[in-house]
Design a protein around this ligand. Structure first.
Ligand code: HEM
Length: 337
């Protein structure tokens, strides 16, 4: 019953997304079904799992907005009353058996359950940038990385030719390679990557990019220690830290200054921008198994409350329909994580 309601809602989203892609010649996005087909062709197809961020765990959190949040946005998210949040932590990629002790992407997906059945969804990643600036570029990059279906070998000349013509697709990978392995899901920074605007009752608007920064600071593992960890250590670590009350993040907005680029997810804000703490997200419980409230939903960052809006980054609207396609496929196959 619950599943079919979600499926219906997201099919409606999906259909509106398809209509948009057909009628918007400026952003002639790849068809969302073809995009998800390409994710599967490049990274493998794992029935029931998310086509990206497959290995994950559900948790619950509580968000308390700050006075600074209330000053810049009239969203009830910042009222100061605790807001329940559905949380999902995951490792990047389509492989549900991805190892936790590697220098790859970690994700923090959130759904703020606001009063009057409003929701605010986000999918944040452990890098200040994404791996492509447009949906077309993402599609091309994935095509270049697709292994030959027969030999299972990736054609490195294709990978190089695409990256040479689109150098920004390498920025994110270089960032991950430069960072040590994260010690915990809750000791990592997570960026929203897109630009977002916040407006208050007086219609004053501020723009910036947000980061969730762990209370205890960023903690990482040395190469030697990382090798000694089990490939699934992040789940147990999360449960331990949440039980001991050590799992909270500041929700920080870095304020854009004139001339800063907010419409390209491969360009971070310059260092040292002024930061506002909009509130605190505390993780209060973790699912004891592979189920939980996050399992049958998708986290579409286009679902924002009034008082918050996205910048004109072509990657942001393109996410909605592909997420709905992925959700539709995994619900039909039987959701897993
Ligand atoms: C056109 C661009 C993009 C496409 C086609 C795409 C595709 C996908 C798909 C198919 C999923 C699985 C959805 C599900 O089954 O619920 C997903 C998950 C995710 N994506 Fe993207 N993505 C895009 C851009 C981005 C960007 C720019 C970010 C950076 C913040 C991002 C972060 C995430 C995260 C954090 C998840 C995991 C969410 C969860 O735990 O459910 N994606 N993406």
């Amino acid at each position: 019953m619950k599943v079919s309601k979600y499926l219906f809602t997201h099919l409606v989203f999906l259909l509106s997304g398809v209509a948009l892609t057909i009628t918007d010649p400026v952003h002639a996005n790849p068809d969302p079904s073809k995009m998800v087909d390409q994710f599967e062709a490049t990274s493998g197809k794992f029935d029931g799992f998310r086509r990206s961020g497959a290995k994950g765990i559900c948790a619950m959190g509580e968000f308390v907005g700050s006075a600074a949040g209330r000053r810049i946005s009239n969203s009830p998210a910042f009222s100061g009353t605790p807001i329940p949040v559905i949380v999902r932590f995951s490792v990047g990629g389509a492989n549900p058996k991805a190892s936790d002790n590697t220098k790859t992407q970690r994700n923090l997906a959130l759904q703020f359950n606001l009063p009057n059945n409003e929701v605010w969804q986000m999918g944040n990643i452990s890098a200040p940038v994404f791996g492509s600036s447009t949906p077309e570029q993402l599609f091309g990059r994935l095509q270049s990385l697709q292994p030959d279906p027969r030999t299972k070998v990736v054609d490195q000349s294709k990978v190089k030719a695409f990256a040479d013509a689109n150098p920004e697709v390498l920025i994110q990978g270089k960032y991950y390679a430069s960072q040590p392995v994260p010690a915990s899901y809750v000791s990592t920074n997570y960026w929203g990557v897109h630009g977002f605007g916040f407006s208050n009752e007086k219609k004053e608007k501020v723009w910036g990019k947000w980061i969730f920064e762990p209370f205890g600071g960023v903690q990482t593992l040395t190469e030697e220690i990382a090798k000694t960890k089990s490939p699934d250590f992040l789940f147990d670590d999360l449960r331990q830290r949440v039980t001991s009350g050590n799992a909270a993040f500041n929700f920080n907005l870095e304020l854009a200054e004139p001339g800063d680029i907010l419409t390209n997810a491969t360009v971070p804000l310059p260092e040292g921008r002024k930061k506002l703490t909009l509130g605190v997200l505390k993780i209060v419980s973790v699912s004891t198994d592979a189920g939980g409230s996050c399992l049958n939903i998708t986290f579409d960052p286009n679902r924002m409350p009034p008082g918050v809006e996205g910048a004109a980054d072509p990657m942001l609207p393109a996410r909605a329909a592909s997420y709905a396609v992925s959700l539709g496929r995994r619900l039909t196959e039987g959701s897993k994580q």
